[in-house]
Structure formats: C-alpha cells, structure tokens
Design a protein around this ligand. Structure first.
Ligand SMILES: [Zn+2]
Length: 252
C-alpha cells in the first residue's frame, strides 16, 4: 500500500460523533502501534478509531493475561484493595461487594477479609480460574456482566479498577454493571486520566497509550458524562499524583 492510500483510507475512517458527548469535532492525537487516536475537542475523550475488531483485541489478551508474574504481586494488591475498601465502605449502603474486572480475585479477597460478601466477574476464564483456586471464599463468574447469574444483583459496593479503558463498548458494560447494583450503591472506578497534567503534550508518548489493550481515555468531564448517562451521580473525583482518574459515584 502506498502512503497516499494509507492517508485516504485513514480519512475515510474519521469518527462522526463522540460516543461520550455526541460532539462532532475531533483532533488527531497521533498513531500508536498502527492505531489512530482521536481527541474529542468538546469533552477531551481520546479514543482509538476505528475500534479494532474483537478478534484482534482477544488475540492480544491471550498474551496480556499471562498471570504468572501478576500472581507474585497478588498479596500486595490484596492489601492495597483493603485500604481502598476500608476508606470508602462507609459510603456504601450494605455489605454486598462486586468487582467488575476482578482478574485473579485480589479485590474480592480484600473485601472478604473485611467481612463483606464478595463477588467478582471477569471476561478472562484463566484469571477467574486462578481466583477460584487462590481465594475460594469469594464468588466468581467468567464472562461479561451481561452474562451474570440472575441472583447476582442488588450489590451495595462495586469496584471497576482499570477496566473501562479496555472496553470496545464502555456504554454497554456500564449499563450492564448498573443493572446489578441497588439504588444508592457506591461505585469506585479508576482508569488512566487523559486530562492529567502529567500526560505528555504528544499524547501517544503517554505510557498508558498502548492499543489495542487500551482503547478509550477519559477525562473527568468525559467520565462524568458517561456515568451520568447511565444513572450515576459523581460523588467526587479523588486527586491522584499519577495520571490516574479515580472516581466515587452513586447509583441514583
Ligand atoms: Zn466528546
């Protein structure tokens, strides 16, 4: 393919509307590993466009979730999650906890150790298998949030840690998550912060930009918009010295 052809096919694939705010004005934010990234000039949302096909994303995940060295850090992750749960649980209306994107179950284990009734769901079967083996006091489900058993509902406290940036369709996931929470439930969500002062001026030089694992990069504005669109109310954003967006929200 010649350079001209690449340019032409690229232009044909320009986004038409921001999936977060509906805005129609974009700026190219660079190319990373062959994936084009755009910035919505209205809400600051950055996104890979076109969204790669699921098969392409899945292929990468096979390698991505090589859990061996992840497991070595597991206890440290359990302790960190315990700290977060302790800090915010007073804002949750009850004891039913669920971790969306639970990986090998470290936050589920943390919640269990703190006396919560803890559940975890993850699309990656291998990770869920490890969770079941390592932290058997939790309840686990391998699959999408749409595929959860019917009695996985009325949760009081949900974690969604470093998940939303991976999702080809964040709206569908957030909606499915919300359906499992009871009104008043607390959500603690983290993701890279595209609006953080540490993000390099040349966006694709940011260490969080590695498509196709990371597809969507939220700002506080964009995060508030997607949560509001799905019936959440932002309680507050938590300041982070790293380029991390941390938000506490409540299902209304
Ligand atoms: Zn936008």
């Amino acid at each position: 393919m010649s350079d001209t052809e690449i340019q032409l096919s690229g232009e044909a694939a320009a986004p038409s509307a921001c999936i977060i705010c509906g805005g129609g004005s974009f700026r190219p934010a660079g190319i990373s590993s062959g994936y084009r990234i755009f910035k919505c000039t209205n809400c600051g949302f950055h996104f890979v466009y076109p969204t790669p096909p699921l098969s392409e994303i899945a292929a990468i995940y096979e390698k991505y979730s090589s859990n061996q060295h992840y497991a070595a850090k597991a206890e440290r992750k359990v302790l960190r999650a315990m700290k977060q749960i302790r800090r915010y649980r007073h804002l949750a209306p009850g004891n039913r906890f669920i971790d969306f994107g639970c990986n090998i179950g470290t936050a589920v284990e943390a919640a269990t150790r703190l006396g919560l009734d803890a559940y975890g769901v993850d699309i990656d079967e291998e990770s869920v298998g490890i969770a079941e083996r390592e932290y058997p006091r939790g309840h686990y489900h391998a699959g999408s949030p749409e595929s959860l058993p019917a009695d996985w509902k009325d949760f009081d406290f949900a974690f969604m840690i470093e998940v939303i940036e991976h999702l080809p369709d964040p709206h569908a996931y957030v909606e499915a998550m919300k359906a499992r929470l009871r009104p008043g439930a607390l959500l603690y969500l983290t993701t890279p912060d595209a609006g953080h002062w540490r993000v390099p001026r040349d966006f694709v030089k940011w260490h969080e930009v590695f498509p196709p694992q990371h597809l969507h990069f939220f700002t506080r504005d964009a995060m508030r918009r997607i949560l509001t669109a799905h019936g959440f109310e932002v309680i507050r954003f938590i300041w982070s010295p790293k380029s991390r967006l941390k938000v506490l929200a409540r299902k209304t």
